[in-house]
Design a protein around this ligand. Structure first.
Ligand SMILES: Cc1ncc(COP(=O)(O)O)c(C=O)c1O
Ligand SMILES: [Zn+2]
Length: 420
């Protein structure tokens, strides 16, 4: 689909999509890509999607009209959850399977199956597609880890240089994947916010195009396809709630945009899910702002959590996230690292889903919102697992050690036997 224009989410200014853009030149607002949806209405219907490619590019009409740089991202499984409504088992207790998959009303959207093992693939597929379309040669981004890995992979596939700035204590997988994908990596003794500053300082001199979270318009376009998939995979009826592990918030912002687009296309009605932000208790700026009734967040001091993707002390699009929480009558919930670790083991042992800690935080939030009565057992709720635990083995093992002071598998493995 041809893009009509880019629109500032703060002042409504229109900008051309004929050349690369970052943020609104007037007020730094996040730019949204706008299409002529009115002329599409009635011409493309949900039924037209059947038989299309099983990737996010199946929604071609609402994505940029450019040759995709794709590794097969998107159209991930929507797994009915076996343990949706149950309580987390206490230490050592047998997990309970108490619902059949047919009756499930809780779903795990498993984004861990994306290329590079996280949902960041979607945003970077779209951003790199457009970078290639514009003829850009050098991209740069700060990353909490997975965005860097995804950028590095798609840049490699497109033959574009990637310059990535990450905290020096990111998961090992993120450092190694960036290296193998051929990116130029700078490890920073600080957080993603410090990395962002470095990109901003150097980009003009180095000739880099900045693809930081929400500072270029197409990562949202890629991530919004999660919203289209939730609708399509649930039979074009949106759930009561969506729980989304929120760092920079791109997925939440993208899904909300997708719902508005689908309504304009006549694919869904006015109903919307309650949107839930879950953050780590050691870095919960959105939760704090939400609880304080604020429309923007403050920089979180001393951010610390093993859910590396949630270690974002200040989200550039915080005003958009907080607006969505309000409009959807949603909520913002914090999960401690201990709770996240227990949820990771629970999902793995009961569902067979070995989730990234960020994803497992969704289960913690769901349990808390059930306990307060915010969600009822019969409410249909989608829990986003945003990545694969296989990218976090070092982090998970280290976190296990802080809790148990013994190796994580000691309970189930009967010792190590030497060769005969
Ligand atoms: C696995 C995982 N989940 C969630 C997030 C947060 O994503 P967002 O910035 O879109 O809120 C990240 C970000 O790095 C991540 O890697
Ligand atoms: Zn503006």
């Amino acid at each position: 689909m041809r893009i009509s224009y880019l629109e500032c989410t703060r002042c409504g200014e229109h900008l051309s999509a004929d050349r690369p853009q970052n943020v609104c030149p007037k007020d730094g607002g996040v730019l949204f890509v706008r299409y002529d949806l009115a002329s599409l209405k009635g011409k493309v219907r949900p039924a037209d999607l059947s038989g299309r490619v099983a990737s996010m590019w199946r929604y071609a009409e609402v994505l940029p009209d450019a040759d995709p740089v794709t590794l097969g991202e998107g159209f991930t499984p929507m797994l009915p959850s076996l343990c949706g409504g149950g309580a987390l088992p206490r230490n050592g207790a047998e997990p309970r399977h108490h619902t059949s998959r047919e009756l499930a009303n809780v779903f795990i959207k498993d984004e861990g199956l994306n290329p590079t093992g996280s949902f960041k693939a979607r945003g970077m597929s779209a951003a790199v597609t457009m970078a290639k379309h514009y003829g850009l040669k050098k991209l740069a981004a700060p990353s909490a880890g997975n965005a860097g890995g995804a950028l590095a992979a798609y840049a490699a596939a497109a033959g574009i240089e990637a310059h990535i700035f990450m905290p020096k204590d990111v998961p090992l997988a993120n450092r190694m994947e960036c290296d193998y994908y051929g990116a130029r990596v700078t490890l920073v003794d600080g957080l993603i916010s410090d990395c962002g500053r470095m990109v901003a300082e150097r980009k003009d001199k180095e000739g880099w195009f900045d693809v930081s979270t929400l500072k270029e318009p197409f990562r949202v376009e890629g991530k919004k396809t999660m919203g289209y998939e939730v609708a399509e995979q649930l039979g074009w009826k949106l759930p009561h709630g969506i729980i989304y592990p929120t760092g920079g918030g791109v997925g939440m912002i993208g899904m909300w945009k997708a719902f508005d687009e689908m309504e304009e296309l006549g694919w869904i009605g006015r109903e919307r899910p309650k949107m839930i932000t879950v953050q780590a208790a050691g870095c919960a700026p959105i939760v704090k702002a939400w609880e304080g009734g604020k429309s923007a967040s403050e920089m979180w001091a001393g951010a610390a959590t093993f859910a590396a993707g949630l270690r974002v002390p200040k989200a550039y699009g915080d005003y958009l996230i907080l607006e969505i929480l309000k409009k959807s009558q949603g909520a913002a919930v914090a999960a401690s690292d201990d709770e996240i670790l227990a949820a990771t083991r629970h999902w793995a042992s009961v569902e067979g889903v070995f989730a990234a800690p960020e994803g497992a935080a969704s289960l913690v939030a769901y349990q808390k919102l059930r306990a307060t009565g915010f969600f009822r057992a019969e409410d249909k709720v989608v829990l986003f697992n945003t990545g694969s635990a296989y990218k976090y083995l070092d982090m998970i093992e280290a976190q296990e050690r802080t809790v148990r002071l013994e190796p994580p598998t000691a309970g189930n493995i009967g010792g190590i036997i030497g060769p005969y």
